[in-house]
Design a protein around this ligand. Structure first.
Ligand code: ADP
Ligand code: MG
Length: 329
């Protein structure tokens, strides 16, 4: 198990990572999620031993301060694969095995099957698509059986459809291989697809760690909620398992009392009855239409692609519980 405590990385006057505590249990996949520039890569590099840091990085209780990168037993996968262009696929995957003094065509074949590239041994890596190259990078990192796999935005360089497919494949194969992993990403969908647990980072600090569904429904503060897609904030009240706010009421299992509510655009939808407003903005997204509605104040809403209202239309909005978050520790 990995345990990180008080980890701090400074670059001159910039504190890129600030007093981070984090642990990853055996076989667990932790997603480190946060906006660009918040310190995710720096934290990953410090764990790998690539970046000098204050604080401690331990594996099974043993401090790794004096253990160099290549002796930590950690595997690394970066955004752009960083494959060896002059070696074929098998040569890339076998690299880590050769470093261990092992030569195992069977292990290479096994890994290529795991990542969905069976039979690709003699292909040139330069002839592969971006997604295939990332699969090779993953196979190469997994081949020496690392005790921890560190992935830094492994899917960010791929186009959307490829990214979604590979995220699902990656989730399946990390579980199949029982891999302990830390995946760095700025993309919520990716984090929630891959992770057993999510750590949300901002400005060098980890603000919240928890079960993905819990973090999604219960962001710890407004900053975290904004990063997780909330755009409207308002007071609400819970009584007898029902949350009531100015846009309506939904069931919510929470103690009675006042709450701070965050709404994602998906929390508000045009319906036959509800809070009245006028559409002031409209953008077609891939599978829905995103609206801005003046309902006393500007709020975001979503509509189905078919029959979506136009700018200038009067609408009534109702609350959809899937987009509602309750903010607070
Ligand atoms: P993320 O991966 O979340 O996008 P990074 O860890 O790359 O963020 O960067 C965190 C902060 O540290 C940024 O402000 C970045 O400019 C700074 N930083 C990263 N690497 C260096 C470096 N080698 N020298 C100076 N500043 C750096
Ligand atoms: Mg980064």
């Amino acid at each position: 198990m990995l345990s990180v405590s008080g980890l701090t990385v400074r670059y001159g006057s910039v504190t890129a990572v600030s007093d981070v505590d984090l642990s990853i249990g055996d076989g667990e996949v932790l997603a480190l999620l946060g906006p660009s520039g918040c310190g995710k890569s720096t934290l990953l590099r410090a764990v790998a031993g690539l970046e000098p840091a204050e604080g401690t990085v331990c594996w099974d209780g043993a401090d790794l301060a004096d253990v160099p990168v290549h002796r930590r037993g950690f595997g690394l996968v970066f955004q752009d694969g960083q494959l060896f262009p002059h070696r074929d696929v098998a040569g890339n995957v076998a690299f880590g095995l050769r470093m261990q003094g092992r030569k195992s065509p069977e292990r290479v074949a096994e890994l290529l099957t795991l990542v969905g590239l069976a039979g690709y041994e003699s292909r040139r890596v330069t002839s592969l698509s971006g997604g295939e190259q990332q699969r090779v990078a993953l196979a190469r990192a997994l081949a020496p059986r690392p005790r921890l796999l560190l992935l830094d935005e492994p899917l960010s360089a791929l186009d959307r459809s490829m990214r979604e497919q590979l995220a699902m494949d990656l989730a399946t194969l990390l579980r199949a291989a029982g891999t302990t992993a830390m995946v760095v990403t700025h993309d919520h969908d990716e984090a929630f697809t891959l992770a057993d647990r999510v750590a949300v980072m901002n400005a060098g600090r980890v603000n919240q760690t928890g079960d993905p569904a819990e973090v999604w429904r219960r962001p710890v503060d407004e900053e975290t909620a904004r990063f997780l897609g909330c755009t409207t904030f308002l007071p609400g009240r819970v009584a007898n398992g029902v949350l009531t706010c100015e846009f309506g009421a939904i069931p919510l299992a929470a103690p009675d009392g006042a709450v701070h509510v965050g709404l994602r655009p998906t929390a508000l939808r045009p319906a036959p009855a509800g809070v009245a407003g006028k559409v002031t903005g409209r953008v077609h997204r891939h599978d829905h239409v995103r609206l801005v509605v003046d309902a006393g104040r500007a709020v975001d809403a979503v509509a189905e692609v078919t029959n979506a209202p136009s700018v200038g239309d009067e609408v009534t909005l109702t609350l959809d519980e899937t987009g509602v978050a309750i903010i607070g520790p």
